[in-house]
Design a protein around this ligand. Sequence first.
Ligand code: NAD
Length: 276
Amino acid sequence: SKVPPIILNNGVEMPQLGFGVWQVPDDEAEQAVTTALEAGYRSIDTAAIYGNEEGTGKALAASGVPREDVFVTTKLWNSDQGHDATLRAFDASLHKLGLDYVDLYLIHWPRPARGQYVDTYKAFEKLLADGRVKAIGVSNFLPEHLERLIDETSVVPAVNQIELHPHLQQQASRAFHAERGIATEAWSPLGQGKGLLEVPAVVAIARKHDRTPAQVVLRWHLQLGNVVIPKSVTPSRIKENIDVFDFSLDSEDLAAISALNEDRRIGPDPATFDIG
Ligand code: NAD
């Protein structure tokens, strides 16, 4: 594959760049994932709540790509937290995907007021021990949630998938993850493609390298060590977003992008988000 792997804290390899399918309807997911696999993506990021595990699974099955060559992530939705509900929800996801294991299973949100993420994670540890998942982790966990999880369970999460882009650089979480051996995975790595790709500093760096703003932002993540999962349903953009392994940003470029931090979220605050 054209995408280099990172090594998770349990030795499992995860491609540093994958394909996200949030907001892709189930009947369009099959085509989008097919296009991504053809473009060389070998990591797909879905979730039970996205409603497109079936379309994703169909594309994987039809692709002819050997199962061991693709890294599949899905996520447990909020309303399925709790030990037994988690095991049932996992079975349902696996069935929809048409797989007999997933590579990475994530708790989608901590939902701290419910006090269920430790029990939920203990069910994840069982799935890991049973070989039904290759790695377990979390999403949208703040350092305080990770501290509690690490204190009360035995497997340090392999990954924390968090909102991260040049306008929300998450220095505190990234430092905490690095200290604990947790990989940082960036969701909405392009800031959902809105204003970020028109910021003059980003546009100027793109011109300098004869690349697009999206490619420059993805390079910034990769050179920081983040895992990225950009989303697009447009074939030319799907290809563009993986075509980022034959150029590098220099230290000046990296500094100019790092100067864009505004600590500004697009998505909800994990401390209070409780839908589902
Ligand atoms: P993103 O930052 O990947 O932006 C996607 C949007 O940017 C596209 O819809 C398109 O409008 C635009 N875009 C994509 N490629 C482009 C290009 N080359 N040029 C110009 N514009 C381009 O945002 P996202 O979809 O929110 O995040 C990516 C993935 O992260 C999701 O699909 C999902 O898998 C994951 N995610 C996870 C959570 C979570 O809570 N764990 C939340 C949101 C997203």
